[in-house]
Design a protein around this ligand. Structure first.
Ligand code: GLA
Length: 367
């Protein structure tokens, strides 16, 4: 008997490039999904088809392996391989992938695909699955089979998300706190419709920069295992030991962690002006210190602030993709029209703009 699972995309409200530094993040799942329907086969092969790509993939569960190939099915192969390695005996299946999560827009279409595939494969075994274990398996699949050394944020929220809430996650302990989203505001996602080619390799470069910073500081300060353990005071005291680029990368992460905790407090207190200015500070830090923004993201942020948003920032890995914007609920239509006009004027691109409804994590869905 066939079945289907669906997993959402996500938008991160604040806490960017902190998750592979044991830091804090605050994502929400959006109401765009990738669904995977599954028809069992009698052999041990997975035949995967996607509505978004022409060529199907055939995967032999008894001879699975290899690294990244660049094919869309790397994610399917990776998740199946890691689940098998974790001791799950999967059955062969025909898989069909459908999605309305834009690809390459910084809304985690890859985590949505991984988690939906994992949910479908495990669901077919009839065993209840542990959401955290699934998220960790999907993260490993992304490291080994897609070649991105990502943190845990995307897979984790795609597995655990709750409607109407943001997730404050401590990526070191995986402790979660749910923060209700206020009714009087909307989080609006603005897609720049651009993606720069260096996004993949630059991500791993940034991670390597952070690790270099940790090594230099840990040689001087006992107990430092990750940038999570570095306070602004420790960073300043050790500035001379760090090349300027590494210092600025570390400064972004250290200050961003503090901003996430402040933002969580502001959201709980419904202090939207404070939340908005933390978003602005996050964007500037990503642009100037971490250097993962681009002219289109900066133009979109500038357009949003001119259109009256409480705050605006790039979201996700950077180098194109989307911004997230905090906007008064009653002003969304006006905001949308003004941002679109101004961004078009600056860049010549017409953006996609949608209001994000915080959704639930991976779940079974109708075939
Ligand atoms: C990508 C990665 C995440 C996270 C963000 C940046 O989305 O998959 O783990 O590092 O970039 O915050």
């Amino acid at each position: 008997m066939g079945r289907a699972y669906r997993a959402p995309g996500r938008v991160n409200l604040i806490g960017e490039h902190t998750d592979y530094n044991d830091g804090f993040v605050m994502p929400v799942a959006i109401d765009r999904h990738t669904s995977v329907s599954l028809e069992p086969r009698t052999d041990r092969r997975l035949i995967a088809r996607s509505d978004a790509y022409r060529d199907p993939a055939e995967i032999d569960l008894d001879a699975i392996g290899g690294g990244p190939t660049g094919h869309w099915s790397d994610y399917v192969r990776g998740v199946a391989a890691v689940l098998e390695r974790d001791g799950h005996r999967l059955g062969g299946a025909d898989l069909r992938v459908r999605s309305d999560v834009p690809i390459g827009a910084g809304l985690s279409s890859s985590a949505a695909l991984e988690v939906a595939v994992g949910g479908a494969l495990l669901g077919a075994t009839g065993i209840d699955f542990d959401r955290t274990a699934l998220a960790l398996a999907c993260q490993r699949a992304e490291h080994e089979f897609a070649g991105t050394r990502c943190g845990i944020m995307d897979q984790f929220v795609v597995c655990h998300a709750r409607p109407d809430h943001a997730l404050l996650l401590d990526t070191r302990t995986l402790e979660m706190k749910w923060i209700p989203l206020p009714d009087q505001v909307a989080f609006v996602v603005c897609n720049t419709m651009t993606r720069h080619a260096l996004a993949g390799s630059a991500y791993n470069d940034r991670r390597a920069d952070c690790e270099a910073g940790v090594r230099a500081i840990a040689a001087r300060v006992p107990g430092v295992r990750a940038l999570r353990d570095v306070t602004p005071a420790i960073l300043e005291t050790n500035r001379a030991a760090l090349p300027d680029r590494i210092y600025r990368r570390c400064r972004h992460v250290v200050t961003e962690n503090a901003r996430v905790l402040d933002a969580a407090r502001s959201l709980e207190e419904r202090d939207l002006d404070a939340f908005g200015s933390l978003m602005g500070a996050s964007h500037r830090s990503l642009r100037d210190d971490y250097e993962v923004s681009c002219p289109e993201l900066d133009a979109m942020v500038e357009s949003a602030l001119a259109a009256g948003a409480y705050g605006a920032r790039m979201t996700g890995g950077g180098f194109g993709g989307c911004t997230v914007n905090l906007v008064a609920a009653g002003a969304v239509d006006d905001f949308r029209a003004r941002v679109a006009g101004r961004y078009l004027e600056h860049t010549g691109h017409t953006p996609d703009i949608y209001v994000c409804t915080a959704s639930r994590g991976v779940e079974a869905c109708p075939l």
